[in-house]
Every structure is written in C-alpha cells, then in structure tokens.
Design a protein around this ligand. Structure first.
Ligand code: ZN
Ligand code: ZN
Length: 264
C-alpha cells in the first residue's frame, strides 16, 4: 500500500483567465496541501474567450513576485498555458513577453485561431464534431498532429498540456517529438484523452510525464484526479512522473483517488 501526493502543481488557473480564485487563493491551498512549488498557468491571450489580456502580464508577474516574498515556504512560478493554433507552430506569445514567464506550457484548445483563423476554426469544428461522434478521420488526426509537432519544435515548451484531448493526435509521433525536445507529457487530472495504451506507448517513446491538476478553482490545486490510477493501470514506471511522490505507509488504508488519498 502506498500513498501518493504531488510535490508540485504547475497547471492551475486563476481569475486572470477563467479560473475562480485569485493567485493568492491558489497559493493558500497549495501551502495547506504542502506543495513545495505552485505554478500559475492561465490561458494564453490567443484564446478568444478565456485568454489572459496581454496588458495584464505585468500585473500577474508583480503579484507572483509579491507572494514569493510573502510566503518563503513555497516557490511560486508564473507560467502560461499557450495555445497551439498556428500552422507555423507559433504560439500566442511574442518574443519580448517570454521574459515575463518562468515557464511556458502549450495545449490545443477550441477557441484559439492563431495566424490562420479560417483553418483553425475549421479544424476546431471538425474536432468538435469528431468528439461528439466518437470517431476520428485519419486526415484530421494528421492535421492535429502536425500542428502539435510544429509547436513542439518551434518553441521551448516546458510541457504539452492534455495531449489528445479536444483533438486526437498520433500519440507515438507527438510523444517522440516531446522526448526529442525534452517536453514533459502531461497527465491531466481534469481532462481525459489518453488511454492506458496511449500512456504505455508514450513511455516507450521515452517521454517523462507531469501531472497537472488543471485546477480552475482553488480547492482543486494539487489534486491528481484519476491520473495516478491511469498510470498504474498502464503499467508505466511511476518514476517517469516528475512531480509524484510515493510514501510507504505500512498499513492497510483504503484505496481511492485524489491528492493525498490512499491508493492500493
Ligand atoms: Zn488546457
Ligand atoms: Zn488548463
């Protein structure tokens, strides 16, 4: 019997995009749960509905710096969940803005249209319909995969968020690109999109995994949801998950899911 918890959580949202809590609210929960590091990763400005307004980057940076001074027991990092939307691979972040962030993650979302809006919109519609229908055309998967691979190769991305969610990709191709570029492959606590077979395949391609709570409300910060159970069922070496801590308990506590719960 072992107990698992996250050492750090780098995928959390705040009111700067469409999260419910402030940065300080997320910090309070992270400290309560004993996280050593917390990342704030609101949606990139290219998202039509949820993106952070570019003019607020400096305000976020100043708030993270203030909270780091206030709470020396936790490291708070400012990240961004940039949008993968452009055929060239460009993210919705301009060169000079990069310096304001400690790390940049990227993911595919409906609602971000990038440099070729008609193409991105048609892809989003096809992915959305495909999701509803539960089946995916080979061409669509190839187009999604191409978009994601370009973003991985054209940028310095810390982690790829919820791979395969919202738009199905060729997991092997994307995992190989992540492994080649040292991009962490997220196990997202809130979104599915990956099967046990996908995880096992990604691990064989050499990726390392990052569990992200994708918390949109403070109480979800530090939660791993079903991610650990999925990883166990997939039979991947948990040592490949960079932010998972396992503690031996030596007693027969109950199995379950979520941060700090007991897992068999
Ligand atoms: Zn996302
Ligand atoms: Zn997110």
């Amino acid at each position: 019997m072992a107990r698992y918890r996250l050492a750090f959580d780098l995928h959390t949202h705040t009111v700067f995009s469409h999260g419910k809590g402030t940065i300080e609210d997320n910090v309070a929960v992270a400290r309560e749960k004993g996280l050593k590091r917390l990342g704030i990763s609101d949606h990139g400005p290219g998202h039509a509905l949820y993106g952070v307004r570019r003019g607020r980057f400096a305000e976020m940076r100043a708030e993270v710096d203030r909270l780091n001074r206030l709470y020396p027991d936790i490291e708070i990092s400012l990240g961004l969940e940039a949008n993968i939307a452009s055929p060239s691979g460009r993210l919705d972040l301009e060169g000079g803005e990069l310096a304001m962030f400690d790390y940049v993650m990227a993911g595919y979302h409906f609602g971000a249209f990038g440099e070729a809006p008609l193409y991105a919109a048609s892809l989003a519609v096809r992915n959305w319909i495909g999701g509803i229908a539960g089946r995916w055309g080979r061409k669509l998967v190839a187009a999604n995969t191409d978009l994601v691979e370009k973003a991985i190769y054209e940028n310095r991305i810390f982690a790829l968020t919820h791979p395969g969610d919202k738009g199905a990709v060729d997991i092997e191709a994307v995992a190989r690109a992540c492994a080649a570029r040292g991009v962490l492959f997220e196990l997202n606590a809130a979104h599915g999109g990956l099967s046990e077979g996908d995880l096992a395949l990604a691990a064989r391609c050499g990726v390392r995994f990052l569990i992200g709570s994708d918390a949109h409300s403070p109480e979800r910060v530090g939660e791993f949801g079903g991610a650990v159970g999925l990883a166990l069922r997939a039979g991947i070496d948990l040592g490949r998950i960079v932010n998972l801590v396992e503690e031996d308990t030596g007693d027969g506590a109950e199995g379950g899911e979520g941060a700090g719960k007991w897992m068999s």
